[in-house]
Ligand binder design. Structure first.
Ligand SMILES: N[C@@H](CCC(=O)N[C@@H](CS)C(=O)NCC(=O)O)C(=O)O
Length: 206
């Protein structure tokens, strides 16, 4: 691809998986990190008022999973047949459900409601959902599907620190859910990704 730019905020979040996928694919790209102060001006110029947004060959690509799947297809990381592709999609939909449900307290303004939403998630949803995700990854040899590396692994690895430190606020997540941590380590130990993380990316907590 030509003239490739990834637009995202100055942290890992949903942008990091795409940055790592581009790096894995040997794709040169401009890593444009938009500070919050500039976001109101840039927001209306994005397809859905959100980032990440990838620009390449004069086209604009948005929605994290769609972009990651698109790159996964380019780089041989999208399954070898329809069934394999389905398993990645299915398990990534489950992962996305966990991520989105966990973010609901963050967007609640009323402190009392926020507290209740958080308590409910921590008591009634997260333990079971994360246990299941951990088991799925354990059964897949440290990957989200098909027992091997796919574009889904990059998305999860990229967002791992934001989940642990911001959404779940779970300092012992690595110990509690070791297979999810293993997935992250598997992606971060890929030679090109390792080099990228060590050099290009600023160190951020999420
Ligand atoms: N469905 C979108 C969600 C993207 C999203 O939630 N982006 C957040 C940052 S992680 C954002 O742009 N927030 C700023 C805003 O909504 O104004 C995707 O998967 O890419």
């Amino acid at each position: 691809m030509e003239n490739v730019t990834l637009h995202y905020f100055p942290f890992k979040g949903l942008g990091e998986g795409i940055r790592m996928l581009l790096t894995y694919g040997g794709q040169k790209f401009e890593d444009t990190r938009i500070p919050w102060e500039q976001w109101p001006e840039f927001k209306p110029k994005t397809p859905f008022g959100q980032m990440p947004v990838l620009k390449a060959n004069g086209k604009t690509y948005s929605q994290t999973l769609a972009v990651a799947r698109f790159l996964g297809r380019k780089y041989g990381l999208a399954g070898e047949n329809l069934d394999e592709a389905f398993e990645i999609d299915q398990n990534m939909d489950f992962f996305t459900e966990i991520r989105v449900k966990s973010s609901t307290p963050m967007f609640e303004q009323d402190p009392e409601v926020k507290k209740k939403l958080k308590e409910n998630l921590e008591k009634n949803y997260l333990p079971g959902a994360l246990k299941q995700l951990n088991e799925i990854i354990g059964q897949n040899n440290g990957h989200i599907a098909n027992g091997k590396l796919s574009w889904g692994d990059f998305v999860i690895a990229g967002v791992y620190d934001a989940l642990k430190n911001m959404l779940f606020q779970m300092p012992d997540m690595d110990e509690k859910f070791p297979h999810i941590k293993k997935l992250k380590d598997n992606v971060l130990s890929l030679p090109k990704v390792k080099e990228y993380v060590a050099t290009a990316a600023p160190k951020t907590e999420m």
